[in-house]
Design a protein around this ligand. Structure first.
Ligand SMILES: NC(=O)c1ccc[n+]([C@@H]2O[C@H](COP(=O)([O-])OP(=O)(O)OC[C@H]3O[C@@H](n4cnc5c(N)ncnc54)[C@H](O)[C@@H]3O)[C@@H](O)[C@H]2O)c1
Length: 343
C-alpha cells in the first residue's frame, strides 16, 4: 500500500518551548520539520543546527519559501493572530500554542480565515494529552466514585524570575500574567476533565510583581454548566512550587499532580493509582493533528474550544475588575462559542 506523503512542518519562534515541538515532530511518524524562524537569528540558527533545519529571521519569508504543510506557532501571545493569518494565507495548517490569541475577537479572525482556507487549527492545550490527566478523566467519566461535586486547582510558580522573557510581563504583549499563561491551562483542564463548560465566574487578582504590569495572582470561583463548582488559586509570588488538582466526589477524592501522578482516597489517606505509560503530550498532539489533516476532519481540540477558554479568561478579568460575577451564557454571543466541543 502506498505510504501517505510526509507532512512538512515549519516552526515560528525558537524560544523556550520550541525544542519540545521539534523533539515531538522528530519522533512522530509521517511528519518532519523543515525550517525554523526567529527574530533573533542566533536562536533560530542554534535550533536549526541541532535538528538539521533551514533557519530564517523573518517568519513570513520562511512561510513563503518553505510552503510548509504545518506552521507551528510558538511566538509571544500578541503575535498569535498575525502569524496564524500569515500561515493560513500560505495554505498551512496550524499547531498554535496556547493561549489561542489575546481576545475572542482575535480568535474569531483566525477561525474565519481557517474555515475559508479549509485548514485545520490545533491549539496546544497540552493538558488533554498528559497521561495522569487522561487517567483522571477516565475516573470522572466512569462514575466509580459517585458524582463529581467540586474541584480545587492550585498552582504556585515564582513568576517574576529573571529568566522569564519580558513580554510575558507586559499585558499588551501577553494578554495578562499568571492567569493568561497558566490560568488558561487550569480553565482548560477543569472543563476538559468534567466535559462541561464554565457558566459563571467570580475572581480576584493582585499586582505585586516587581516588574511588568500583569497580575501576579488570581483566585477564581467557577460554576460549570453541569453544576460542578471549581476554584483556581494561582500565585506567582515567592513560595513553594505547586501544581495540584483535587477532585471531590460523593464517594471519594482524586489528587492529580500533572506530570507527577494521580492518587485516590475512598475515606483513608491518598494512595497512588497506576497511570499507563503513553507517548509524550507533544507527541500525542502531533499524532492527533497529522491524523486529522490526513482524514480531513477537525482535531479533538478544535479552535472553537480554544476560543471558549479565552472567553472564560476575559470573564475572569472582567469579574476581577468589577467585583461582580460574570455569566458566560450572557457573554457568549459568537456562533463559534455556541458550537463548542469538549475534547
Ligand atoms: N503548552 C505548554 O505547556 C507551553 C509551555 C511553554 C510555553 N507555551 C506557549 O508557547 C508560546 C511561546 O512561549 P515561550 O516560552 O517559548 O516564549 P519565548 O519568549 O521563550 O519564545 C518566543 C520566541 O519568539 C521570538 N520572536 C518574537 N517576536 C518574533 C517575530 N516577530 N518573529 C519571529 N520570532 C519572534 C523570540 O525571539 C523568542 O525566541 C507561548 O504561547 C506560550 O504560552 C506553551
Amino acid at each position: 500500500m502506498q505510504q501517505p506523503q510526509e507532512l512538512r512542518a515549519a516552526l515560528l519562534g525558537a524560544g523556550i518551548i520550541a525544542s519540545s515541538h521539534l523533539e515531538a515532530i522528530a519522533s512522530v511518524g509521517g511528519v518532519s520539520a523543515c525550517a525554523v524562524a526567529d527574530l533573533d537569528q542566533s536562536k533560530a540558527d542554534e535550533l536549526a543546527q541541532q535538528f538539521g533545519l533551514r533557519s530564517y529571521s523573518d517568519y513570513r519569508t520562511m512561510l513563503r519559501e518553505e510552503q510548509p504543510d504545518i506552521a507551528v506557532i510558538a511566538l509571544p501571545h500578541f503575535l498569535h493572530k498575525e502569524a496564524s493569518l500569515a500561515a493560513i494565507a500560505e495554505g498551512a495548517h496550524l499547531m498554535l500554542e496556547k493561549p489561542m490569541a489575546l481576545s475572542t475577537l482575535e480568535c474569531d479572525e483566525i477561525i474565519g480565515a481557517a474555515q475559508r482556507a479549509n485548514v485545520r487549527v490545533m491549539v496546544g492545550h497540552t493538558q488533554h494529552y498528559i497521561a495522569e490527566n487522561i487517567e483522571a478523566r477516565a475516573w470522572v467519566r466512569s462514575g466509580k466514585l459517585g458524582p463529581l461535586i467540586m474541584i480545587q486547582d492550585n498552582r504556585h510558580l515564582p513568576y517574576y524570575r529573571p529568566s522569564r522573557p519580558a513580554w510575558f510581563l507586559d499585558k499588551a504583549l501577553s494578554g495578562g500574567g499568571i492567569l493568561a499563561n497558566l490560568g488558561t491551562h487550569s480553565i482548560d483542564k477543569i472543563q476538559w476533565l468534567t466535559d462541561s463548560s464554565v457558566a459563571r465566574v467570580s475572581a480576584a487578582t493582585s499586582y505585586y510583581g516587581d516588574r511588568g504590569n500583569v497580575e501576579g495572582s488570581g483566585m477564581i470561583y467557577l460554576r460549570l454548566q453541569s453544576g460542578i463548582a471549581a476554584t483556581i488559586v494561582q500565585s506567582g509570588y515567592p513560595g513553594e512550587i505547586r501544581d495540584e488538582t483535587e477532585l471531590i466526589f460523593a464517594e471519594g477524592m482524586l489528587k492529580l499532580a500533572t506530570g507527577r501522578g494521580l492518587w485516590i482516597s475512598r475515606g483513608g489517606p491518598y494512595e497512588p493509582l497506576p497511570v499507563p505509560a503513553t507517548a509524550t503530550p507533544f507527541e500525542r498532539q502531533y499524532h492527533e493533528l497529522t491524523t486529522a489533516i490526513r482524514e480531513g476532519r477537525e482535531t479533538d481540540c478544535p479552535p472553537a474550544y480554544a476560543r471558549g477558554v479565552i472567553g472564560v479568561l476575559e470573564a475572569v478579568y472582567r469579574a476581577a475588575e468589577t467585583g461582580e460575577e460574570q455569566s458566560l451564557e450572557l457573554l457568549s454571543d459568537s456562533p463559534s462559542t455556541q458550537r463548542e466541543e469538549y475534547c
